[in-house]
Design a binder for this molecule. Structure first.
Ligand SMILES: Nc1nc2c(ncn2[C@@H]2O[C@H](COP(=O)(O)OP(=O)(O)O)[C@@H](O)[C@H]2O)c(=O)[nH]1
Ligand SMILES: [Mg+2]
Length: 356
């Protein structure tokens, strides 16, 4: 069994690649499953994979490293119930030190499992690092970003479709120079051919030993904590059938408000579910978002799940989101029914195991 441990920064395209890979494997009759991971309780990513019929288990309330036993439990559960050839486990976008805290403990407990660490990087984000347009990124965040790539078995330089050939050449050159000796693969998660290539790489990859990262947990901890977390589940009711349009307008307003504050948007994820219609909407540091399925149907009500990571205080993030929701709902004569809501700064990473 292959455990495709899939990491990389927020919004780099991990879930997109995983869902595409699962779809393609399932089409061929190959059994597969997903373990999602987030620090919050309701997860947009698991809502998406579940809605697509992919067997999904969730590690909530902390990273894989800090919830290792839960990860192990889910792995065993999926092996028993689904018997997959490949399990994709997506780590939190600000998590690093996976080799020491996840790969080595798994290898020790279950040497039969073949773990491959793919680290995704958004090529447009890397371009932003090169040309300085992401200069407002906190230096501690930059540190954990670099550490993530440092421990990759496979660097997956994703979203190649967003850049020109020339730009991609610069980005690949930059990554090769920063991580000499690493395998750098340029892909687009939206391309079935590239996803097939990733699956082949996962199947063919073998390695005898990996070094654990040399990492400063104080810097890493600050890098995680400066990206505030906001989770919310709510319902929108619209007697005029405009619930989806209200949700989309609120999302746009949240995005605009954050842009005007010049804060780094790690990832804004929304999962909208109306009767017979569901859609995940993502806003990433480079703004790229998968185009919305059109036309938008009319709906009298919907449920929306929000997961946000933004480089600001939890209070500010919560205020921006709540304000935009309230404003939009009121101006479009809709009703907002809140379910759950939480805003926090992630705690200091304390891995269950760490094998240096
Ligand atoms: N253009 C483009 N967009 C992508 C690609 N991969 C992912 N995305 C988009 O990037 C956003 C974040 O993707 P997601 O898979 O949720 O990122 P994650 O946070 O790493 O799991 C979504 O809007 C995706 O549609 C890609 O290869 N090309
Ligand atoms: Mg994801």
């Amino acid at each position: 069994m292959i455990l495709a441990l899939t990491g990389g920064f927020l919004g780099s395209g991990k879930t997109t690649a995983i869902t595409e890979a699962c779809r393609s494997l399932m089409d061929k009759g190959i059994k597969t499953a997903v373990i999602t991971n987030d620090q919050g309780i309701q997860q947009v990513d698991s809502a998406l994979t579940t809605s697509l019929g992919i067997p999904t288990a969730e590690v909530a309330g902390g990273c894989f490293c800090c919830q290792f036993d839960k990860l192990q439990e889910n792995l065993q559960y999926l092996v028993r119930t689904v018997k997959p050839e490949i399990i994709f486990a997506e780590s939190v976008g600000t998590c690093t030190d996976l080799v020491a805290t996840v790969v080595k403990p798994i290898n020790r407990l279950d040497p039969e499992v073949r773990v491959v660490v793919s680290i995704f990087a958004d090529a447009a984000y890397v371009k932003g690092l090169i040309d300085g347009s992401l200069s407002f990124e906190d230096e501690n965040v930059r540190y954990l970003y670099q550490k993530q790539l440092e421990e990759a078995d496979l660097i997956m330089l994703n979203k190649s479709d967003l850049l020109t050939t020339e730009q991609m050449k610069d980005v690949v050159g930059f990554i090769r120079k920063a991580y000499p000796g690493k395998k750098v693969n340029t892909i687009s998660s939206l391309s079935p051919r590239d996803i097939a290539l990733w699956i082949d790489l996962l199947k063919d990859f073998s390695i005898a030993t990996r070094p654990s990262l040399d990492i400063n947990y104080d810097i890493y901890g600050v890098g995680e904590a400066v990206l505030a977390w906001f989770d919310k589940e709510l319902e929108i009711q619209s007697p005029t059938g405009d619930a989806i349009r209200v949700a989309l307008q609120a999302i746009q307003m949240i995005h605009q408000q954050l842009i005007s504050r010049r804060v780094l948007i790690g990832h804004l994820k929304f999962f909208i579910q109306a009767p017979g219609w569901s859609q995940k909407i993502s806003i990433t540091p480079t703004g790229a978002s998968h185009s919305l399925r059109q036309p938008v149907p009319s709906a009298a009500s919907l449920r929306m799940m929000i997961n946000a990571r933004v480089q600001t205080s939890p209070e500010t993030l919560s205020h921006v989101v709540e304000d935009a929701l309230q404003h939009t709902v009121t101006s479009m004569q809709a009703v907002l029914v809140p379910h759950t809501s939480a805003a926090f700064a992630p705690g200091f990473p304390r891995p269950t195991y760490r094998i240096a």
